[in-house]
Design a protein around this ligand. Structure first.
Ligand code: ACO
Length: 428
């Protein structure tokens, strides 16, 4: 028997069940509320609304905790590979050696794109935003795999589209980048790791293969690990929302890319670099910028700061900050934007405005500097975020179907005009 919560309205009391999660988070179950009272709850932005129960990722924003399937992100970042973390997120347990080998082999076997997709890439204009291309081409995969448009959560009907998406998303990303730069597609190399192969498809030339430094390959793999899942954020909720209509996995992740694109979500990693470059090149001091970010009359925000859930620190930001130095050293690069980022962080951390509002660097604050050092163009940053997030989106889509959830269909409180008499044209 669960503890009851009591809701009282105009003298009538309603007992509501509560549900306690494995980390003692408590939810009030309001699924019977409308049927019993005619009322709904109102929570714009869903800051207080649980849309599902989930076994995949646990976040405690007050304590800066992030765990996938019970494993701390710090341990995964230190020890795991993106392929192992992807398996963990998707299937709920760390793979055995043979499971990991089979998973990696399946991903490798799906690395190329159907030749028919070449025409789509060539049809996009040179300045096409890569996130638009990514979303379109993930959806286009459905056209070449019509036998896989199911809601299966087990067996080849699930593992094949999953492997296709996790693998081909790299080729789509690399192809989008290369066609917009007038370069031919670079076929994947089966001898390379997941991250190494992506770097090869991005940067190799016909007579000059790109050989990444181990530090760079590892840093990119770590970037993907840190983005693998993040519970019910804007894009993951979008994937679930679209999937709830029984749309295919291809459509659901394509919609996720659209949601991720925005500057308040995944697009923030590009905005951070634009902000740092603006400070660096336009002769603005970090102090001036921080003052603008605090000013309600100014549109500026300190991009890469703040998070709906993390209110003490974002553990991913801490891990990435540590990596940035390693990569810059390995590449022998000195980036003036890093000094500006350090200065902004130090200032913001001691300002009442940021302390009172619990605003700390999020994952995007240092990820841009890391990607820039690796040579990834700014408009591809959010695409890389999407590559990393695929296992999480797919795991959430799968979990939703395993739980046979109803179609997502929020309600609203209507605040518009009440019934009005229609006046025909000419009499108005
Ligand atoms: N710079 C300056 N002020 C900020 C910032 C910021 N980056 N973020 C929030 N605030 C202020 C708000 O103006 C608000 O002030 P008020 O209480 O005086 O009105 C207060 O802090 C609370 O902010 P909300 O907007 O209510 O926070 P919310 O949870 O809705 O938004 C968000 C979170 C979107 C991440 C926000 O902090 C933001 O816009 N940050 C910059 C963009 C960014 O870095 N996004 C990436 C998030 S991580 C990710 O998606 C991977």
């Amino acid at each position: 028997m669960s503890e009851k919560a009591i809701l009282e309205y105009k003298g009538t009391k309603l007992e509501l069940d509560t549900i306690v999660g494995s980390e003692n988070e408590i939810g009030i179950d309001i699924t019977s509320l409308r049927a019993k009272t005619g009322m709904i709850t109102l929570d714009p932005g869903y800051g207080n609304t649980g849309s599902c129960t989930s076994d995949i990722t646990f976040i405690n924003g007050e304590k800066g905790i992030l765990r996938h399937r019970g494993y701390a992100i710090e341990d995964l970042a230190a020890e795991s590979s993106f392929m192992e973390t992807a398996f963990l997120v998707l299937y709920g347990h760390l793979p055995s050696e043979s499971e990991l080998t089979a998973f990696e082999a399946e991903i490798k076997s799906e690395a190329t794109l159907h030749y028919g997709m070449k025409g789509h890439f060539e049809g996009f204009p040179d300045n096409a935003p890569p996130m638009a291309v990514l979303s379109a081409m993930l959806n286009a995969l459905a056209c070449y795999n019509t036998e896989l448009l199911t809601t299966a959560t087990e067996g080849p009907a699930f593992t094949i589209p999953t492997a296709k998406i996790i693998s081909k998303v790299r080729a789509i990303a690399a192809w989008a980048y290369r066609t917009s730069n007038g370069k031919p597609f670079m076929p994947p190399r089966p001898d390379l790791s997941y991250s190494g192969n992506f770097l090869h498809m991005m940067f190799s030339e016909t007579f000059s293969l790109y050989e990444p430094l181990p530090e760079v390959e590892r840093a990119l793999d770590l970037f993907f690990i840190l983005h693998a899942d993040h519970e019910q954020n804007c894009s993951t909720s979008t994937v679930r929302m679209v999937g709830s209509s029984h749309a295919s996995l291809f459509s659901a992740v394509s919609a996720g890319v659209g949601a991720l694109w925005g500057p308040l979500h995944g697009g923030a990693n590009c905005e951070v670099i634009k902000m740092l470059t603006h400070i660096h090149e336009d002769g603005i001091s970090p102090r001036e910028f921080v003052e603008k970010a605090k000013d309600k009359n100014s549109p500026e925000k300190l991009m890469g700061f703040g998070h709906r859930v993390y209110k003490s620190f974002d553990p991913r930001a801490k891990i990435l900050k540590g990596q940035v130095d390693n990569v810059l050293k390995a590449l022998n690069v000195q980036d003036p934007l890093l000094d500006i980022a350090y200065e902004l962080e130090e200032m913001a951390r001691s300002e009442d405005y940021f302390i009172e509002r619990n605003l700390y660097p999020n994952v995007d604050f240092y990820s841009g500097i890391l990607l820039r050092a690796i040579g990834i163009p700014v408009d591809m940053f959010t695409v890389l975020f999407a590559i990393g997030r695929m296992p999480g989106w797919i795991a959430n889509w799968r979990e939703m179907h395993e739980q046979s959830l109803r179609i997502s269909r929020p309600r609203q409180i209507y605040t518009g005009e009440t019934l009005r008499e229609y006046t025909p044209m000419g009499q108005r």
